[in-house]
Design a protein around this ligand. Structure first.
Ligand code: FES
Ligand code: FES
Length: 351
């Protein structure tokens, strides 16, 4: 049974474990104003507010919204900002078939209430995660700008960030844990030209792990708690996630597990990586299980082939850095353009 608040009303809903929030809203609550387009985080049609933050309801499981406040398009019937946006959308011909409109409205209301008077360039940036296949964006942007202009920027409401707290420490050993039920998952193997003990000496030391991962900066490490920053760039997106994580190591089994979450403005990331070392002749096999979820504009890149190629490329860079570090050589601090391109091509060609 999932207990949550939908449009101000407490709900208790029985739904299968893998039901995503959009299906729960549409099929169990009868709120069909939330539309489903791609169901992979690309189009933004399913955007609802979860605890005041625009969220793609096709990307989170319903049980993850337990205890939270969810607002759908139906919940904005009496909302004065939404009323002004509806009038402006009509005036500026900002919809045609209307399929994208509920998600557009949720994002538009967030832009207006959070940023107040704001220029059209910023509106286009903020709308990057909502796709419209028929109207074009000119009318939508004008409608939002018109309503935003009635609210001085100084009156903008602050964004209610999802609180950033370290995930709970696992109760069992790292080797006994299975990868989390996150929507994107990838298994990857790398052969290391290193004996197992030399590889584990690095893969059991948070500072040395961070040094091998291009874009990663370790800020703090106390017991199982780690804090760091991860810079990622892909196409027009360059983000630096600041976040917290929990690291668990099983030295006997040569297994490590890191689960963490981070934010950069409107972009959020949650992920888990499980690594295991196996002897392979004179070398070692590094087995990686990765799982992640992105939210916000960066989630547009949740196209599986693209992301899988990028993540596999990063895993390869990490493995080569690990070997360099074991040899006492300098690691490569940033993934180069060619490495990114290679990773992207691998993803596309591997579809
Ligand atoms: S249906 Fe959720 S982002 Fe497209
Ligand atoms: S109005 Fe048709 S998809 Fe946007």
């Amino acid at each position: 049974m999932i207990e949550l608040t939908v449009n101000g009303e407490a709900r208790s809903v029985a739904a299968p474990a893998r039901t995503h929030l959009a299906d729960l809203l549409r099929e169990h609550c009868g709120l069909t104003g939330t539309h489903l387009g791609c169901e992979q985080g690309v189009c933004g049609a399913c955007t609802v507010m979860v605890n005041g933050v625009p969220t793609r309801s096709c990307l989170i499981y319903a049980h993850e919204a337990a205890g939270m406040e969810v607002t759908t398009i139906e919940g904005l019937d009496e909302d004065p900002v939404a009323e002004a946006l509806r009038a402006a959308f009509s005036k500026h011909h900002a919809l045609q078939c209307g399929y994208c409109t509920p998600g557009m409205m949720m994002t538009a209301r967030d832009i207006v209430t959070r940023l107040g008077a704001v220029d059209e360039d910023r509106i286009r940036d903020e709308l990057a995660g909502n796709l419209c296949r028929c109207t074009g964006y000119r009318g939508i942007v004008r409608a939002i700008a018109e309503v935003a202009a009635t609210r001085p920027a100084s009156a903008a409401l602050p964004r209610r960030e999802v609180p950033l707290t370290p995930p709970p420490a696992p109760a069992r050993t790292a080797s006994a844990l299975s990868i989390a039920a996150l929507p994107n998952q990838l298994k990857h193997r790398e052969t290391l030209a290193l004996p197992l003990d030399a590889a584990w000496a690095i893969l059991s030391d948070p500072a040395r792990i961070a040094a091998c991962l291009p874009g990663m900066t370790l800020l703090r490490h106390e017991g199982e708690a780690v804090e760091g920053e991860m810079a990622v760039s892909l196409g027009p997106f360059a983000v630096k996630f600041a976040g917290l994580g929990t690291l668990t190591l099983d030295h006997a089994a040569h297994v490590g597990r890191l689960r963490g979450q981070g934010r950069d403005g409107a972009n959020g990331a949650e992920g888990e990586v499980l690594w295991r070392l196996e002897p392979a002749g004179a070398g070692t096999t590094l087995v990686l299980d990765l799982a992640w979820r992105l939210t916000g504009p960066l989630a547009q890149f949740s196209r599986p082939a693209l992301l899988r190629g990028m993540v596999a490329g990063m895993a390869g860079d990490f493995a080569r850095n690990l070997e360099r570090q074991a040899r006492g050589e300098a690691v490569v601090a940033q993934a180069g353009l060619w490495a990114m391109l290679r990773a992207w091509l691998r993803g596309v060609l591997g579809r």
